[in-house]
Design a protein around this ligand. Structure first.
Ligand SMILES: *[C@@H]1O[C@H](CO)[C@@H](O)[C@H](O)[C@H]1NC(C)=O
Ligand SMILES: *[C@@H]1O[C@H](CO)[C@@H](O)[C@H](O)[C@H]1NC(C)=O
Ligand SMILES: *[C@@H]1O[C@H](CO)[C@@H](O)[C@H](O)[C@H]1NC(C)=O
Length: 397
């Protein structure tokens, strides 16, 4: 796995301005001896260090009706066989980057909380005795950090606009990343957010609320733009680190644009007979549930907002395909990113940490001016969210 390098990230952030960035070599999947995953329901596999350091012996609990991508990644041929029992997953359904993003029904777990756990069990815990922690080293450990959906979704559900919170959220991401680096992390994988406006949550649940799609779409695009700048800034400040940015948006679009090519018969909806097993630890055989029309593997969505386990296996394979430089050359990746409209490419963000104050002010002002008109919108949205089967109702489990 040759993860998108810092240099590439920097190049795509800068548009046509070429800037040399000295990056540490990427960590290929074959060299990953240990993996630490931080994130939400999209990454959760149910591992709990309090139950021991043998992930393979623990029951899985995912949002996908089967394994989630970290386990699939470890099972790929390119990965060392020993990696399967060294995937330490702190992902938790409903988790956020923002430590202050609380809402009833959500677990109140943030990136910082997950790092606390990591530090306690994998840095401070003793390497001796009965319950000795596994040792790891930064050169062969991959740290994956994938949050954001809940930061945005909780904000909507609280009836608030997300753009004014973008910078403070990324400040907290930055704090967390600096902490991981200080604790020895050197190789990072940071996926972007998926095209959430294509989830059944938006297509069906919120379709009754005019304007919902546009708001959600804009928020997710703003997050991804900010993430690209973040990766560039972080990369520049850490010459010894490698940061891979995975373009989840494009990968999901690719499948959702031609679902049949990937074996999906139903990519716009979910089936309750499957989705009721969200977080289930002992899954029944689900392929022959008749009233869903198709087997679970032919559904893209497991419920309103989570992809099925087969999508997770494709996500893992997408990582692996990055290892073949002939199929995912840096220039390919750059070109894809370059399709962003010009205004999405910050003029001078690379040299300066943080955002331009002007842009932030503009977001706040726009949001204030529009607030009155938008009150009805948020009221409707909240009503729809609370009355629906949105993931939030169950994420606390
Ligand atoms: C949520 O977590 C934060 C940070 O750990 C804490 O300060 C806060 O009291 C928690 N809220 C609840 C409702 O538990
Ligand atoms: C949602 O908005 C995006 C961006 O404008 C658009 O491409 C997409 O077709 C919209 N979806 C629906 C269901 O309106
Ligand atoms: C997708 O699945 C849902 C739920 O089972 C069903 O209502 C819908 O008709 C299906 N759509 C297609 C195209 O099969």
């Amino acid at each position: 796995m040759s993860l998108l390098s810092l240099a590439v990230a920097a190049a795509l952030l800068l548009g046509s301005v070429v800037q040399e960035v000295t990056a540490a070599p990427n960590l290929p999947l074959s060299g990953v001896q240990t993996m630490f995953a931080f994130g939400d329901s999209y990454s959760q596999n149910g591992y709990d260090p309090a139950s021991g350091y043998k992930p393979q012996e623990q029951k899985r609990s995912t949002s996908a009706g089967g394994l989630s991508w970290p386990d699939y990644l470890a099972q790929l041929d390119e990965a060392p066989a020993t990696l399967r029992d060294r995937v330490f997953d702190f992902g938790k359904g409903g988790a956020t980057i923002g430590g202050d993003r609380e809402l009833v029904g959500y677990p109140n777990v943030s990136f910082a909380d997950e790092i606390d756990k990591f530090e306690a069990w994998f840095v401070k815990a003793s390497t001796e005795g009965e319950n000795a922690r596994p040792t790891w080293d930064g050169e062969s450990a991959l740290f994956t950090v994938w949050f954001g959906i809940n930061d945005i979704e909780i904000t909507w559900k609280r009836g608030e606009e997300f753009p004014p919170l973008l910078e403070s959220t990324f400040d907290q991401l930055s704090t967390g990343m600096e902490r991981l680096y200080a604790l020895g992390a050197r190789h990072f994988l940071m996926p972007l957010l998926p095209p959430y406006h294509r989830s059944p949550l938006l297509l069906r649940v919120f379709s009754a609320v005019p304007g919902a799609n546009d708001t959600f779409y804009d928020n997710f695009v703003a997050w991804n733009d900010r993430m690209k700048r973040f990766v560039g800034d972080f990369a520049e400040s850490k010459p010894e680190a490698s940061v891979a940015m995975w373009d989840t948006w494009t990968e999901f679009d690719k499948i959702l644009d031609a679902p049949g090519d990937f074996g999906f018969a139903n990519s716009t909806n979910w089936c309750d007979s499957y989705s009721k097993y969200l977080w289930a630890v002992d899954l029944p055989e689900m392929s022959d549930i008749q009233n869903c029309g198709y087997s679970m593997d032919e559904y893209f969505w497991f419920d309103t907002s989570h992809p099925t386990t087969r999508v997770h296996s494709l996500i893992a394979k997408a990582f692996a395909s990055l290892s073949d430089s002939s199929t995912a050359s840096p220039s390919d990746l750059s070109r894809r990113e370059m399709r962003l409209p010009a205004h999405h490419l910050p003029a001078s963000s690379f040299a300066h940490h943080g955002t331009s104050p002007g842009r932030f002010q503009r977001l706040v002002r726009t949001s204030q001016l529009a607030r009155r008109e938008r009150e009805q919108f948020w009221k409707e949205l909240r009503g729809t969210a609370l009355g629906s089967v949105v993931a939030g109702a169950k994420v606390g489990q």
